[in-house]
Design a protein around this ligand. Structure first.
Ligand code: CP3
Length: 360
């Protein structure tokens, strides 16, 4: 029997609950899709705001942060908004001086060099020190009017520590590992401070209205599982435990994490973000049926010709196999020169290919 087509009101309700239903591994009307770094330089509207304001200015002004958060929602029709901020923001009130110099990524001017530098880091109360971010959460919630959910986020202690110790991006994480191996006491003090601040920062985002949170441990895959367990896992676990009472889904994301998946699961989270180096089906099998999965298209696929892009989108969906609990995303953030039309095409493709009303 042909299904009755949905009225636009029902469609709006269906979109409003799609992402949160998938996080809870409940069936949804189609697979939800959003993108890490969905707001950013690939988007002309974002570049227009950036022409007049620095990244840190946008983050410090709730109205601007809210506006930039909503740009991809309007342009793409994604099923979740992610707050516009940066994982490095909490480091500023902790005593770190940083900027994002054009094209080179973040630069930290007073990188941690000695145990005394670790001890000088301030453990701040995010409700005061990061009030502008929390105000942006409230504004975005108001402007979204319940149409789609808002995701809050923070950097995980290891990924933040790597920026603090390296002073910026790194390929080898040598300084970070040297601190870990040569002065474990200082390392553990650093991780404890970060875990404390991030746990209350994420709780504060939920209080302000974030309906899910994502912990970005982007560079965790640089660690051997044994090192992850000894030097990192307890601190990420502290954060997920602090969030357990908040009642919102917690997404645990990292790249290159195939060998770490059992340990990431032990650290916590109800949704796991995989990159494209982990076949989605295999990753889900390792993590188990009691978690939801987010991912995992290669961001480079967005540069492929239409047919090749579609083939790659279909392959991710095939790996998910129609199981409830899949949230379509990239395996890492959108790259700066990505054609916006291809991002929009992926949103439409995911919705069309997975719609339970596709034949009406
Ligand atoms: O749309 C969204 O996803 C929300 C906004 C967001 C930003 N950063 C804004 C931003 C999010 C979720 C982040 C997370 C973030 N920031 C991570 C974790 C995700 C990942 O990619 O692994 C990391 C490692 C950072 C640190 C960071 N901030 C880097 C490495 C860079 C430079 C990258 C580059 O492309 O230059 C930033 C700057 C940054 N943060 C930009 C944006 C939109 C681009 C810079 C700009 O507008 O000048």
């Amino acid at each position: 029997m042909a299904e009755v087509s949905l009225s636009s009101g029902d469609q709006a309700d269906a979109q409003a609950s799609r992402f949160l239903r998938a996080c809870a591994r409940q069936p949804a009307d189609c697979t939800p899709v959003w993108f890490m770094r969905q707001a950013g330089r690939y988007m002309p509207a974002y570049r227009a705001v950036r022409a007049a304001h620095s990244l840190l200015e946008i983050c410090a002004q709730p109205e601007l942060a809210a506006e930039v958060t909503l740009q991809p929602v309007r342009a793409l029709g994604v099923d979740a908004a992610i707050l516009f901020a940066d994982i490095l923001l909490p480091l500023i009130p902790m005593g770190i001086r940083l900027d994002f110099s054009a094209g080179e990524g973040p630069v930290i001017h007073n990188a941690l060099r000695t145990p005394a530098d670790v001890d000088a880091l301030r453990v701040v109360e995010p409700r005061e020190a990061l009030a502008a971010v929390l105000q942006a959460v409230r504004l975005v919630r108001r402007e979204l009017e319940g149409k789609i959910p808002l995701i809050g986020f923070a950097g995980a202690p290891f990924t933040l520590a790597s920026y603090l110790v390296e002073g910026g991006a790194s390929r080898t994480f040598l300084k970070t590992k040297r601190l870990m191996y040569s002065d474990p006491a200082a390392w553990h003090r650093l991780m404890e401070k970060l875990a404390q601040v991030i746990a209350s920062y994420l709780s504060a985002q939920v209080e302000a209205g974030a309906q899910a949170v994502q912990l970005f441990d982007s560079w965790a895959g640089a660690l051997a599982p044994e090192d992850y367990r000894q030097y990192v896992l307890p601190y990420s676990r502290h954060i997920f435990q602090a969030l357990a009472g908040c009642g919102v889904p917690a997404i645990h994301f990292g790249t290159g994490t195939f060998a770490l998946l059992p340990d990431l699961k032990a650290a916590g989270g109800s949704v796991f973000g995989l990159d494209w180096t982990t076949p989605l089906g295999q990753g889900w099998q390792i993590l188990g049926p009691d978690v939801a999965i987010q991912g995992n298209l290669d961001p480079a696929a967005l540069f492929a010709p239409p047919q090749e892009l579609e083939r790659r989108v279909r392959r991710v969906l095939q790996q998910a196999g129609g199981r409830p609990g899949h949230i379509f995303n990239l395996g890492h953030g959108i790259l700066p020169d990505t054609p916006p039309a291809n991002v929009k095409a992926v949103v439409d493709m995911v919705h069309e290919l997975t719609s339970t009303h596709a034949n009406t």
